[in-house]
Ligand binder design. Structure first.
Ligand SMILES: Cc1cc2nc3c(=O)[nH]c(=O)nc-3n(C[C@H](O)[C@H](O)[C@H](O)COP(=O)(O)OP(=O)(O)OC[C@H]3O[C@@H](n4cnc5c(N)ncnc54)[C@H](O)[C@@H]3O)c2cc1C
Length: 578
């Protein structure tokens, strides 16, 4: 087979670098270019959320981020001198029960280190000038901005990670509808004489101010300048005049209600905020990702995270297609899945921005009371944490999400958890309901504690390599030798026809040595039954997890036929050997 042409990644911001790291470990050849002479030195996006940390762990590169970031474990809002909201991030359903504060410049540096450790470097300063495409390739015109020389080169695919002003998007002819918010925002990265490592927002009738901690006494302060009355502490403010430390001190005094010592600025800047959305994410062999496809208000800090997750969604799909193992239709699911996520992030951040920038005194009072009441409700807290940490992102309606769960009638009247009257394990009513309430196809795979064969503590996610699909075969609470043989048949089939594409793990609700098991490749011991409960697996079932950590398929009981039917929609069966 001839080697496929490399992928061209345009833009070495967080989105392009994440895609490059993902393609690198999948053995896909690519070139990454950026028009800037050097990487950004400003902090811009300052938070990596729980879901992105999970995905970085899945890629095997989370450690340097954890070493360089500060876990922020709580959020507070104050109004009228009182705390009206306290959100404890301990309630996030993730191993990462916090938002990691880390400047965007550091995030980009750490991703670049992953590439350079394998000898890959970002080509700078090279600008994508133009491109055209055929059925087989993309012909890109790239300009060396140092010498002025232009080159035309062929690539297999082009990934436009080229930011809000994306040349890729414009050349594809996608629109970027939306609007600019009226408010002007100010950002200051400074040292502050305040304690604490939680985020604090102060809501006042003059406008709001937010302190986000970086550690070592440093904070990002964000505030807005009201468009209808651009004054701070009674003094008119000209947005054309750069922000000074004195101005930031005045903002704080006006909105917090007391003076705070602020010094050592690393970055002071005004910025306008837009909300815009591209009407397409893919045309032929060209994709747009990250800010090229969607930009939103920084409220919630999800912009960069959403871009990085676009890349993780596309990476494995590109790799399978380039290896000839999947066909082009798999790539359509990138737009199908990520466009919906982008739209919902845009809607959520827009509502939150409108909510926190109310100015009318009656609306402000109402808002503050509502925030106080709603945020103390456990259900509301969970919803806020799920959407804020992006752990609620799901592809339930995707054509790649499928499940096989016989109708509830089959389980009615069966009180036991299994029935072997026809030699097959079948769920009783309780087990049926537990499975129905567990994560469904399209949801992210949940983590949980378990043990290895030596009885040592592990987490499920430590078993799940993102280079391949991961299959979890849950034993259920009632051991049956027939069930074990059924699992062995599934494992043998997968190892024969999907070798190196799917890893199989059998999960048993006991410690090692209790059960007489066939010789499986990987057994996970769920002695405390945490995983069985998390996955609603009191009766035998199967989960197939995609390389990006989302459940693609599940069935109760484990069904080889249904599994193969699902896999025939993902892989070209003749290419994988089936
Ligand atoms: C003040 C501020 C605060 C923010 N805070 C947060 C936050 O807390 N959390 C969060 O998640 N997000 C935040 N964001 C948003 C975040 O910075 C962006 O979402 C993120 O940078 C998008 O990454 P990207 O890689 O998609 O695009 P970019 O970072 O814009 O990178 C695009 C890259 O493409 C290059 N490029 C462009 N055109 C070409 C071309 N023709 N040829 C070659 N190269 C090209 C550019 O040089 C650039 O390096 C903030 C943004 C701002 C401005």
């Amino acid at each position: 087979m001839t080697q496929p042409k490399p992928v061209l990644i345009v833009g070495a911001g967080p989105t392009g670098l994440t895609l490059a790291c993902d393609l690198l470990r999948r053995g896909i050849s690519f070139r990454i270019i950026d028009q800037s002479e050097s990487a950004t030195t400003v902090s811009k996006a300052i938070v990596i959320h729980a879901r992105t940390l999970e995905l970085l762990e899945n890629m095997g590169i989370v450690e340097p981020f954890l070493e360089n970031g500060l876990p922020v474990r709580g959020t507070n809002f104050y109004a009228g001198g009182k705390r009206i909201v306290h959100l404890n991030m301990d309630e996030i359903e993730s191993h990462y029960k916090y938002a990691l504060a880390i400047p965007q410049s550091k995030t980009e540096e750490l991703l670049t280190n992953v590439l350079s450790a394998s000898g890959v470097k970002v080509d700078r300063p090279f600008e994508l000038v133009d491109f055209s495409q055929t059925a087989d390739s993309v012909l890109a015109t790239i300009k060396n901005l140092e010498t002025g020389a232009e080159e035309k080169l062929e690539y297999s695919y082009l990934a436009g990670c080229d930011g809000a002003h994306s040349r890729t998007r414009k050349t594809l002819g996608f629109s970027f509808e939306g609007a600019e918010y009226e408010e002007l925002f100010g950002a200051a990265d400074v040292a502050c004489d305040i304690e604490g490592d939680e985020m604090s927002g102060y809501l006042s009738e003059h406008g709001n101010v937010i302190f986000f901690p970086f550690g070592d006494g440093r904070f990002r302060i964000i505030f807005e300048l009201p468009h209808d009355n651009p004054r701070i502490n009674g003094r008119p403010v000209d947005e054309n005049v750069p922000i000074t430390l004195e101005l930031v001190e005045d903002v704080v005094k006006e909105r917090v209600g007391r003076s705070i010592k602020i010094e050592d600025p690393h970055w002071l800047s005004w910025f306008k905020v837009h909300r815009r959305f591209a009407d397409g994410y893919r045309k032929g062999r060209v994709f747009i990702l990250g800010d090229a496809a969607h930009i939103h208000s920084p409220v919630g800090g999800v912009g960069m995270n959403t871009g990085m997750q676009d890349s993780i969604n596309l990476g494995w799909k590109l790799a399978l297609c380039l290896k000839g193992l999947s066909d082009d239709s798999l790539l359509d699911t990138y737009e199908e899945e990520r466009k919906k996520v982008g739209q919902s992030v845009l809607k959520g951040t827009h509502m939150a921005t409108k909510f926190v920038t109310f100015r009318h005194p009656v609306a402000v009072n109402l808002r503050n009371s509502l925030m106080h009441i709603l945020s103390s409700q456990e259900l509301v807290q969970q919803r806020i944490l799920r959407s804020g940490s992006l752990t609620g992102v799901s592809y339930r309606s995707s054509s790649l999400s499928s499940e096989c769960h016989p109708p509830i009638d089959d389980s009615l009247g069966r009180t036991l958890r299994l029935s072997d009257d026809d030699g097959e394990e079948k769920p009783g009513l309780g087990a049926w309901i537990e499975f129905a309430r567990a994560p469904v196809a399209g949801d992210r795979a949940l983590d949980g504690d378990c043990r290895n064969e030596k009885g040592e503590e592990r987490r499920l996610c430590q078993y799940l390599s993102s280079e391949r699909f991961q299959m979890l075969l849950f034993d259920g609470f009632v051991a049956s030798p027939d069930g074990y043989q059924g699992f062995k048949r599934i494992e043998d089939h997968v190892n024969k026809y999907f070798k190196n594409l799917i890893d199989v793990h059998v999960i048993v609700p006991e410690a090692n040595g209790v059960l007489d098991l066939p010789n499986y490749t990987s057994v996970i011991y769920d002695f405390d039954r945490i995983l069985h409960k998390t996955y609603g697996a009191s009766s035998e079932c199967l989960y197939l997890i995609r390389p990006d950590g989302y459940i693609g398929f599940r069935s109760q009981p484990a069904s080889l036929d249904e599994l193969v039917k699902y896999l025939s929609g993902v892989f070209v069966l003749s290419a994988v050997g089936s």
